[in-house]
Each structure stands twice: as C-alpha cells, then as structure tokens.
Design a binder for this molecule. Structure first.
Ligand SMILES: [Zn+2]
Length: 232
C-alpha cells in the first residue's frame, strides 16, 4: 500500500491484528497496527497549508489565528476553507505564553546576529569597525520574516523549538563569503544545507560548493546545467 502524505483515511474496521481503512476514493486497505503507529496521525485537526485548495462543511475552529507568525494571507486562507462563514469559530489563545514565545525567539535571533557579527570580524569580512550598525546588515526582522519561508537550497520549511535549549534551523547563508552578512548577500538556508556547504568548502581546500537554489514558485529545478541557478 502506498501511504500518501496529507491524505485522510477512514477507519472502517478494527480487528485483532489489523485495521481496515478506506482512502479518499473509497479503496479499502488492511493495515497492521505498527504501520498505523509509525506513519499516521489522527486527523482531529489539520494545518492551514494542508487544507489549501479544499473546503470543509460544518463547524470549523481556527486556532493560533493571532499568533505572531500569522499574516493576512494565512488568515484569509484559513477562514475561506469554510463553505459557510457562520460555521467559523476562533479559539482564544493564551496571549501570555505567545508573548513569552516571541521574546524567547527574539533573544535567540539577537544572539544569532551577534554570532554573525563576531564571525564577520574574525574572518576579516568587516573591513572597518561599526559595519554591523549599517542599515543593510542582517537584522532581527530578517529572521522573523524568513522563518516563515523555505530553505533557499532544499526548500524545506523552517522550524523552531523553545524547549529547554532553544533551537531553530534557520541560518543566513552568504552568497559571497568574502562579504559580510549584509541583507543583499544572504539567503535563508536550513542548518543541514548550510553545514553541507561548509563541509564541502573545508574538505575541498576552500573550493566553492555548488548548491541548487530553491525556486519559491515551483518545485526545485533539478536541471543542473543552468549555472545561474547556483551560487558559490
Ligand atoms: Zn535546506
């Protein structure tokens, strides 16, 4: 059986050693519990992204609608999934915990920017003192804007965790390593892609790595003949 991501399956029978499901076109499947546990999540809720392009009848409650990550496009998409706007309800969130979340993330980004400043001084890409105060240097807004976007190389979504150790996989990858982390010299990139470029750079005596740039409008372009799609 092929399990498709973001598809809904209905449980139509539970037996001793397997469960019977139907997919969205009513095909039936018998499936063992270990596969259910490994690959399925109960669809008591869904993300706004997974509902894009479809609509729902019945009561719909929107959560996290006033989260600092939500912009008006997300909000519009969320409410227009309902066939009848009278069926839309909003869950009041805990504003205090969101404020704390925002502050923690902000502090994390300030530290990350500080790391880039030190890197730029250490590597000599800052040629004079105070370059970090110039308006075109990476700023906190850049982090908050780009964490909602995709990795510029593999196209994955960025994520963050605010558990004991705050972590986030968004990094600023420079297009030209001889220049500082200026806004016109960086693209958002996930930690894994950033590391693989650095590894390549070190292992090959500072040879530049070729990386496919993700096209935000389409699927990644896998044609590697077009040099314009790469940066070094
Ligand atoms: Zn990536």
């Amino acid at each position: 059986m092929n399990i498709n991501k973001n598809c809904e399956y209905k449980i139509i029978g539970v037996y001793d050693d397997y469960i019977m499901l139907t997919d969205e076109t009513n095909n039936k499947f018998d499936i063992t519990m270990d596969i259910i546990e490994k690959h399925f999540a109960y669809s008591y809720c869904c993300t706004c992204h997974s509902l894009q392009g479809s609509s729902k009848s019945g009561i719909m409650t929107i959560h996290e609608w006033n989260h600092f990550f939500v912009d008006k496009n997300w909000f519009y998409t969320a409410i227009t999934r309902a066939r009848n706007l009278d069926d839309v309800y909003f869950m009041m969130s805990n504003k205090q915990s969101e404020d704390t979340e925002y502050k923690l993330l902000r502090k994390y980004f300030i530290d990350k920017k500080e790391g880039y400043i030190q890197q730029d001084y250490k590597n000599g890409t800052f040629t004079q003192p105070g370059q970090e105060f110039k308006s075109n240097y990476i700023n906190i807004d850049w982090f908050f804007t780009n964490i909602k976007k995709h990795c510029g190389s593999c196209g994955c979504d960025f994520s963050y965790s605010l558990n004991e150790n705050i972590s986030c996989d968004l990094t600023a990858q420079r297009l030209d390593n001889n220049l500082p982390h200026n806004l016109d010299n960086i693209i958002p990139m996930c930690v894994n892609c950033n590391r693989s470029i650095s590894d390549h750079h070190c292992k090959n005596n500072n040879a530049p790595a070729k990386v496919l740039l993700y096209n935000y409008d389409d699927e990644p372009d896998l044609d590697d003949d077009d040099d314009e799609n790469y940066y070094c």
